[in-house]
Structure formats: C-alpha cells, structure tokens
Design a protein around this ligand. Structure first.
Ligand code: 2AM
Ligand code: CA
Ligand code: CA
Ligand code: CA
Length: 264
C-alpha cells in the first residue's frame, strides 16, 4: 500500500464528509433504533458510510471495508488493505447535542494498523497517525505522553460500568474511580481515545466496544506513546467486539496490574 497516497485520499474524504455532516445540522434528522430503544442511528450515519464506501471502491477497488452500518464487506479475515469505518461515533451525542461525536477511520494492512484518522467535526480537530511516524492534531505532531500516577490522572469511563453489570467486575473499577483525580465520560470512544493521545484524559476504559469504535483511535494513542489493549492486557480484535484500556506509559500497566488484577 502507498501509505502517503491512501492517507491523502482518506484525509480529503473525511474533511468532505465532515462538511456534509455540518450542513445537516439545519435539516430534520430521521432517527431509527437498532438493537434497543437507546441504540440509535440516523440517515446521516448511513449516508456518511455510503459516501466513504463509494469513494474507496472507485479509487481503491482492491481494498475492503468494515463499516458499522453494514454497507461494506462481510469480513472473515484482515488480509490485504481493510478500512474500518465508524461514520459517526457518538450518534446519541450527535442527535441530542450536535457535538461530542467524530468520524473514525482505521486502515489496516494484513492486520497491522497503518493509518488512523479521527475527525471532531464541530471543533474542527482532525487527529491522525501513520504507523511509525507519530500522532498529529491538525497537522501538528503531538508530544509523546509522559508517565502519570493514578492519583494525578483523569480516567474516562462510563458511570454505568461502576454499577453492577454483566460485562465487567464493577468491584475492580470502584477503587480506580475512588483513587483517580477525576473521571469523565464523553460518549464517543473515538474521541475518548484521542483525548488519551493528547493527554486531555490519562486513561480510557470500556468493557465492550466494536472494531470501528477503536480502529482509528488506538493507532493514534500508540503513536503518541501510549498503550491500548483489552482489559486482560491482550491485543485488540479488529474483527470482533473487545474491551479496551488505553493509557499513557506506566499508567496502562498500573491499571492492569493494580486495579484490573491482570497477572494476579
Ligand atoms: P456509536 O455512537 O457509534 O454507536 C458510547 O459510550 C460509545 O460506545 C460510542 O463510541 C458508541 O458508538 C459506542 N457504542 C454504542 N453502542 C454500542 C454497542 N452496542 N456496542 C459497542 N459499542 C457501542
Ligand atoms: Ca451505533
Ligand atoms: Ca462507534
Ligand atoms: Ca457509529
């Protein structure tokens, strides 16, 4: 893959899609529900995904596409070049707030992350990373993350994971929430990942996300010097749902060992 060429196209399309989404704010949204009454999707999510797919198929006919709204390919493996796309990450925020949502794109070659893009349209913040070349915000390289202690950290997580639930042992998360300097929840995994990359938050935890939620942001965190794994410390799965722990150096291992009790 010609990474520079592919990145250039991806960047152009994400900015164009952002412009279309921005102009949709004046129109009435068609909102539909998916798996449950709070699982929302709009025509804008679907149209944006179709926009990427049409462009990618026209310019890169050999590439395959995994998109949240299902207009891409049905993938069994990650061979070749695969675009993993979330047309709007944070759809509930998009509908209710018209902010705190992003477009997320991860481009993988034979399973390896090559390019990540996350575009916060409302704030006009485009984050990107190219494997081995660093992480950038609006073209400016992000400084490498420094070590942080839990007691001086902001941890992004959804409050519902600290209540009793079936996906994660909330008893492990309570001490972390208590000992951290603060917690935040933004409702967009892609934004919460890039906030780890910028240091706006120091860690992000979610027990259940899909590849399109983290494919772009994970590479951006890693290129900023952070680590991203599942809550067992293992590699993220880019074909199936996975839990996610993203954090800067030191803190990532600290949370895994001392709070999530991995390796204990
Ligand atoms: P979405 O807005 O693209 O659906 C909300 O805290 C975060 O979790 C968002 O990134 C949201 O992405 C994602 N999300 C919402 N429903 C989900 C589900 N059923 N499985 C995995 N991730 C989900
Ligand atoms: Ca969704
Ligand atoms: Ca998402
Ligand atoms: Ca989405």
């Amino acid at each position: 893959m010609d990474t520079v060429h592919v990145f250039g196209q991806a960047r152009k399309w994400i900015l164009e899609a952002g412009e279309q989404i921005r102009s949709s704010f004046d129109k009435t949204l068609n909102i539909h529900t998916k798996s449950d009454p709070n699982d929302l999707v709009t025509d804008i999510d679907r149209d944006t995904e179709k926009f990427f797919i049409e462009n990618i198929r026209a310019v890169f006919p050999g590439h395959r596409i995994l998109g949240e709204e299902g207009f891409g390919d049905k993938l069994q493996d990650l061979e070749g070049v695969v675009w993993i796309i979330d047309p709007i990450d944070g759809t509930m925020n998009f509908i209710h707030q018209q902010r705190n949502f992003a477009i997320s794109i991860g481009i993988y070659e034979n399973g390896k992350g090559k390019i990540g893009l996350v575009y916060d349209i409302v704030h006009n913040e485009l984050y990107h990373a190219i494997a081995g070349s660093g992480a950038f915000l609006n073209g400016k390289e992000l400084p490498k993350l420094e070590r942080a202690a839990v007691k001086e950290s902001i941890v992004a997580l959804n409050i519902s994971w600290v209540l009793e639930n079936k996906r994660v042992d909330h008893n492990l998360l309570i001490p972390l929430v208590r000992e951290a300097r603060g917690t935040r929840s933004y409702g967009s995994a892609a934004l919460e990942l890039v906030y780890v990359a910028t240091g706006r938050v120091n860690a992000y935890i979610s027990p259940r996300l899909a590849p399109w939620d983290y494919a772009g942001g994970a590479l951006i965190v890693e290129e900023a010097g952070g680590s991203v794994t599942n809550l067992n410390g293992g590699k993220l799965d880019m074909l199936n749902k996975s839990s996610v722990l993203a954090a800067g150096p030191g803190l990532h291992g600290d949370i895994l060992e001392r709070y999530l009790k991995v390796g204990k």
